[in-house]
Design a binder for this molecule. Structure first.
Ligand code: SF4
Ligand code: SF4
Length: 135
C-alpha cells in the first residue's frame, strides 16, 4: 500500500519516544537491507526491519502502527549483530512495542484465550507471550 508522506504525517513525539526507550538513533540506518536479509521471521512480517527504520526516520506513525514487525520479531538479535551501522534494532522493536503497551493496549488479551487453547499451549510460551504482548 502506498504511503503518503508530508510534514503533516510526521510524528516527532513517536520518534522521540522510540529514541528515549531504545537509546538508539535510527537515523544512522542507511537502508542497506542487511537486517531484512538476515531476519529469520521476514516472511511473516508486513514490513521488513529495514522498512521499519525508514518509517521511523520519516515519523510515519500510522504506517508503523499497521506493521506487525515489532510484534512478530523474535528478538533473536541477528539484525543487531549484522547491522553495519551498529544499530540495536532489537531494542528499537522493543521500544515500538513499549510505546503501545504503556498505554495499556495489549496486543493479545489473556482473558480472550479459549480454555482449550490454555490447555494446549505450553505454559512457558504463554508466559513469554504475555511478557512481550501485554502491558
Ligand atoms: S542493517 Fe542497519 S543500516 Fe542496514 S538497513 Fe538494517 S538497520 Fe539499516
Ligand atoms: S531481532 Fe527481530 S527483526 Fe531482528 S533479525 Fe531477529 S526476528 Fe528479525
Amino acid at each position: 500500500m502506498p504511503i503518503k508522506i508530508s510534514l503533516r504525517t510526521i510524528d516527532n513525539q513517536l520518534q522521540q519516544k522510540v529514541r528515549e526507550i531504545s537509546g538508539q538513533n535510527f537515523n544512522k540506518c542507511y537502508q542497506c537491507g542487511t537486517c531484512a536479509g538476515s531476519c529469520p521471521m521476514v516472511e511473516h512480517l508486513t514490513a521488513t526491519p529495514r522498512k521499519l527504520m525508514a518509517l521511523l526516520q520519516m515519523g510515519q506513525k500510522e504506517a508503523l502502527e499497521s506493521a506487525n514487525t515489532h510484534w512478530v520479531c523474535a528478538s533473536c538479535h541477528t539484525c543487531m549483530v549484522r547491522c553495519p551501522r551498529g544499530l540495536d534494532i532489537t531494542a528499537i522493536m522493543e521500544a515500538l512495542r513499549q510505546v503501545v503497551l504503556r498505554q495499556n493496549i495489549n496486543r493479545i488479551e489473556p482473558s480472550n484465550l479459549q480454555p482449550e487453547e490454555v490447555i494446549d499451549l505450553p505454559q512457558i510460551a504463554m508466559v513469554s507471550g504475555f511478557r512481550k504482548l501485554t502491558g
